[in-house]
Design a protein around this ligand. Structure first.
Ligand SMILES: [Zn+2]
Ligand SMILES: [Zn+2]
Length: 1100
């Protein structure tokens, strides 16, 4: 350091690495600088110049520690010097005077709860209580004190062996007395009544104000230790109730002033240097000879080491804030360390270091109140600093979440749960709440913890905590809390130490810590061992430790019938573990003995996975898992066994496997059965055809199952046999129409193919192919048929017309059908030309024309054609044909509600009468036969080819029936020259005789009522002479109908006399009109015939 006379003050480094560098420069004085001086002990440098002294702090040169102005010294200062201890600074002036400054006061101070007393100048003590907001009071003292003590009502200062006592009044301080001791006093402490002074290894305890206490003289004073105690007291303290001191032999003794006797003693291995009782006297911190720190609790005589205790620690201050019990700071020259005594934590009591706070240079902590440390400075002042561990006491709103989280940790460490709650509300996240909750559990604050967990919605924890709320047993409660915080080993220890050790077992069971549970059960609950063993075995099995699992399953067996189910489970475990361990025989035996099917299946599965197939199959079989057993037997190729099991097996897969195996062995019959069971029909078909020579069965199966592949196989089979027809049939069945067609083509079997294909669902293309084939083969009918099927009507018609005529003339029928379907005018005309012989001059049978018109629904043309046809038939004597043509035409027209031409109706009536003759004559009813013959003979021109035979029959029948006059009349006609020679010789003479000798006797024909007008007319008369109606005739007799004897043919609806028709049906059983078979029971008498009469009326 260099001072320049012009006022500059420069500091140059001498450090080896920056040697010569200027590190500080200041213009300390305005005009001149006369001297500089350094005090190492004070760590200060001073310069003087003009009339001023400036003092710098060496640790921070920029900081001006003090400026002292000497206003009177107008000539300026001169030289400057420190005393060695730095306590005094002397400066000489040009005016030849010397000023000496006190730079450092002895730091003396004492506290009594929040009240402090400290030396503010050499002869002045200040008493203050910032916490209680009392105004500071200064006390002038008579000596420079070497100790200060403050009590509830008193202040004591002193030096050497003397002390002065002052009474602290409301507003003033009054000197009380002074006292002398037997040696130089090292320290003194006061309480409300007593003073305790330590000197030369002894403590003198005496009353401060002794007057008027004559009764208790022996309590006025006492010297410790007693004469026979061979120790020196090294430190002492005085609380409201106790004098406490520590000795060089390591003893801490509590002297209870009230009872005037020792109440407590603690023996420490080494001597006790310093003691610090907390404000209540319930805990005592002390520092021993080795500079280790401890906290002693006289209540339970326990001692707790203060962790991370620095050997430089000079003193300890307890927190005076009443809510914050257990917090204290230990301080040395640089730092104050915050400690917390956690008394009721789960693990028990413990002291933890919460953090450290820098203490400003040369300041000495005096009082701790709510995280605020009051320190004394060397200049006789106080300075308050806040502990870094209590930063949460500031305004929390200024901090961010990270800082808040740190503060939360601090609050939790200091057990300041209310503050922690506030921080959690600000942070508002689950993890903070959980942290707080956990801390509450740690400190066994159950109620607070419930509040926390309720707030953060952890219902499970709230319920758990509510359940243990009332527990008074500390260990049991702590055990539960340890468990809740997942501290299971601790929980177990606590439970075991509690009044309910079984809780430890319950916990391990709940946690599935089966090994621990087993250990606990050995002493706590031996009866639970089997059940725990089983659980443990299960767990071991799961982790693959089969050996131990086996052992525990075995241990689990109780042999008690009460626990049969449990024992069976254990035995099942044993069986499975044996197998897993490779003791297969033992395991299998166990499994077989065991009642459970499931076990057999599970063991079977294990064995299967171990490739022990025969054993696996055996177990499956015993468990009646036949499918599985069979499948395993298949794997080990035990076909005999598979065969045995098959009746029980449902899986088609297994049947199939078996079938395949059997087929491979050539055992086809068994294979077929198995294939059937597996519903593999194609394989069954294949075997039937290829190996069993049983095509019938194959064919049946194909028909039943409609299997395409099967049909193909059968087709192939027939193809090999050369049975092309069958082959084609099955090809079609397998939907291989093209192949079938080709085959039919190759082997000239198209008719077969064609037959089959029309009964199957077939496409037009198929029909066309066939049609073209037949066209090529010139098989016109077939070609036409298939062209018709695929709708090619023109080509179809051509082929039908080209088709050679056969007896049944099917081709023409088909041609008509074709035109009917086609509804094409050109085709119709073509066919009409063909039928009428327009082109080839060969008219075809007219009935085809009739059919054509019918097919075309051209009924008038059809009716006309029908009359022509009937006429033709009649002319050539085919009366039955003529009748049928007319009848069918008549019916058709009636169905189509078309008016029936009267010529047709009349012709049908005459032809029907002719037909009836035969019937009547056959039945021997000659009268009816004669009547019908008379009607036919009256229309004989309609029967040109049979004039003579019919007339002959008429004569003969009339004669037989006794109608002599009629017989004579027709005999006369026969005798006409054009007929005479044609008469059968058999009858000729008889007829000639009739004519020659006429007999005209004949009964009148009986009469019945006209159904219209009830006029009585002859029964065979069909025209009523009264009402002129054409009367409907009975198809059975030919007579006219009467109202009260009416029926109709159930088939053709033609009327008949009910009584007569019934009689006739007894011998004939078919309708004479429509030729349909009739059972008499179906004949119904019709009471109201009006509708038939109307119809008739309309037709006429
Ligand atoms: Zn009539
Ligand atoms: Zn009929």
């Amino acid at each position: 350091m260099i001072g320049f006379s012009r006022g500059c003050f420069v500091v140059i480094s001498t450090h080896i690495r920056e040697i010569g560098q200027e590190i500080f420069q200041a213009h300390n004085h305005k005009d001149n600088l006369s001297s500089i001086a350094i005090s190492q002990s004070l760590n200060k440098a001073a310069s003087c110049g003009d009339n001023c002294i400036k003092i710098h702090d060496l640790s921070d040169l920029r900081k001006m520690y003090a400026i002292i102005n000497l206003d009177d010294e107008n000539k300026g200062v001169d030289q400057l010097a420190w005393t060695d201890d730095g306590q005094l600074l002397a400066v000489s002036t040009r005016r030849a005077s010397l000023h000496v400054f006190l730079t450092k006061l002895p730091v003396l101070g004492d506290t009594c709860s929040t009240r402090i007393a400290y030396l503010t100048s050499l002869l002045e003590v200040t008493i203050a209580n910032h916490v209680e907001r009392e105004l500071p009071v200064t006390v002038s003292v008579e000596v420079e004190p070497s100790f200060i003590a403050v009590g509830v009502y008193h202040l004591a200062v002193g030096m050497n062996n003397r002390a002065w006592f002052y009474l602290l009044g409301e507003n003033n301080v009054k000197k009380l007395k002074d006292a002398e001791y037997l040696g130089t006093v090292a320290s003194m402490h006061l309480n409300s009544d007593y003073a305790a002074a330590l000197f030369e290894g002894k403590v003198q305890l005496h009353m401060i104000e002794s007057e008027g206490l004559d009764a208790q003289e022996e309590r006025e004073t006492r010297l410790f230790p007693a004469d026979d105690d061979k120790y020196r007291i090294l430190c002492h303290a005085l609380t409201g109730d106790f004098l406490i001191y520590g000795t060089d032999t390591g003893v801490i003794r509590y002297f209870y002033i009230e009872d005037w006797q020792y109440v407590n003693e603690y023996r420490h291995p080494v001597s006790v240097r310093k003691i610090f009782p907390d404000p209540n006297g319930t805990r005592l911190a002390f520092i021993d000879e080795k500079s280790d720190g401890f906290v002693y609790c006289p209540v339970n005589d326990r001692i707790y080491e203060i962790p991370n205790f620095s050997p430089t620690i000079k003193g300890i201050l307890w927190e005076n804030w009443p809510m914050d019990k257990g917090v204290f700071v230990a301080y040395d020259d640089d730092k104050a360390y915050t400690y917390v005594f956690h008394k009721d934590a789960i693990q028990g009591s413990k002291i933890i270091l919460a953090g450290g706070t820098e203490v400003p240079f040369s300041q000495k902590p005096l009082l701790l109140y709510n995280g605020e440390l009051t320190c004394q400075t060397q200049s006789g002042k106080t300075n308050n600093i806040y502990l870094s561990t209590h930063s949460f006491l500031g305004d929390l709103k200024d901090f961010g979440p990270n800082e808040l989280a740190q503060m939360l940790t601090q609050t939790l460490m200091l057990k300041r749960f209310s503050e922690a709650w506030g921080i959690c509300i600000l942070l508002n996240d689950q993890s903070s709440w959980n942290e707080l909750g956990k801390a509450c559990l740690h400190h066994m604050e159950v109620d607070f913890a419930i509040r926390v967990y309720r707030t953060c919605g952890n219902a499970g924890m709230v319920m758990s905590l509510e359940g243990i709320k009332g527990i008074e047993d500390h260990n049991l409660l702590a055990g539960h809390l340890a468990m809740f915080t997942s501290n299971f080993n601790l929980a177990q220890d606590l439970y075991l130490a509690s009044s309910r050790p079984i809780s430890a077992l319950e916990m391990r069971k709940d946690l599935q810590h089966w090994d621990c549970a087993l250990q606990l059960a050995k002493c706590l609950a031996p009866d639970q061992i089997p059940f725990i063993s089983r659980e443990y075995a299960l767990q071991l099995e799961f982790t693959g430790d089969y050996m131990n699992a086996l052992a525990h399953y075995e241990k689990g067996i109780t042999g008690d019938s009460k626990y049969q189910e449990h024992d069976e489970a254990c035995l099942a475990g044993v069986a499975q573990m044996c197998i897993r361990m490779g003791d297969i025989r033992q395991g299998v035996n166990q499994a077989i003995k065991h009642p459970s099917r499931l076990l057999k299946r599970d063991c079977g599965a294990i064995l299967e996975s171990m490739k022990q197939f025969s054993e696996a199959a055996q177990l499956y079989e015993k468990g009646q898992y036949y499918d599985k057993a069979a499948s395993v037997y298949i794997r080990c190729k035990n076909w005999t066994k598979v065969g045995e099991l098959l009746p029980h097996v449902s899986s088609p897969k297994i049947h199939l496997q078996y079938a395949k195996a059997k087929e491979a062995d050539g055992r086809y019959k068994e294979a077929v059965v198995a294939y059937e069971n597996a519903k593999q029909w194609d394989s069954v078909i294949r075997l039937c055809l290829d190996h069993l020579n049983n095509p019938e069965r194959a064919v049946n199966i194909v028909r039943e199952t409609q299997s395409l592949d099967g049909a193909k196989m059968v087709a192939r089979f027939f193809l090999q046999l050369g049975d092309y027809g069958s082959a084609i049939q099955f090809l079609v069945m397998s939907k291989c129409n093209n192949e079938a067609f080709t085959l039919a083509q190759q082997h000239n079997k198209m008719e077969i193919y064609a037959d089959i294909i029309t009964s199957e669902s077939t496409s037009n293309e198929d029909y066309q192919s066939i049609a073209l084939y037949f066209e090529g083969e010139k098989k016109h009918f077939q070609a036409g048929k298939f062209f018709l099927l695929c709708g090619q009507y023109g080509r179809a018609l051509k082929h039908f017309m080209k088709s050679p005529s056969t007896e049944d003339n099917l081709a023409i029928e088909m041609a008509i059908e074709t035109v009917g379907q086609a509804k094409d005018e050109a085709l119709k005309n073509e066919l009409i030309d063909y039928l009428t012989g327009e082109n080839d001059g060969m008219p075809k049978d007219a009935k085809y024309l009739f059919r054509l018109y019918m097919a075309l629904k051209q009924y008038r043309e059809a009716a006309r054609t029908a009359i022509i046809i009937a006429r033709e038939e009649q002319r050539s004597g085919n009366y039955r044909n003529a009748h049928d043509v007319l009848f069918s035409m008549y019916s058709e027209l009636k169905t189509q509600k078309i008016k029936i031409p009267s010529e047709m109706a009349t012709n049908l009536m005459i032809l029907h009468s002719y037909i009836l003759v035969k019937t009547h004559v056959k039945r021997g009813d000659h009268t009816k036969g004669a009547r019908m013959l008379i009607r036919v003979a009256n229309n004989i021109s309609k029967f040109p080819s049979h004039i003579v035979p019919i007339l002959t029959s008429t004569v003969i029948e009339c004669h037989r029936a006794g109608l002599k006059n009629s017989a004579f009349t027709f005999a006369a006609v026969l005798m006409r020259p054009e007929n005479r020679n044609k008469i059968d010789l058999k009858y000729k003479k008889k007829i000639e005789a009739m004519v020659r000798h006429p007999d005209k006797t004949e009964a009148e024909e009986p009469t019945t009522a006209c159904p219209y007008c009830a006029f009585q007319l002859p029964e065979c008369e069909l025209l009523c002479p009264s009402c002129k109606n054409n009367l409907p005739y009975c198809i059975a007799t030919g007579r006219h109908m009467v109202r009260d004897d009416w029926t109709v043919c159930p088939h053709c609806d033609f009327p008949a006399l009910y009584s007569e028709f019934k009689i006739m049906l007894q011998t004939e059983n078919i309708c004479p009109m429509c030729s349909e078979r009739i059972n008499t029971v179906h004949l119904k008498k019709i009471n109201d015939c009006t509708q038939y009469l109307k119809q008739d009326d309309m037709d006429s």
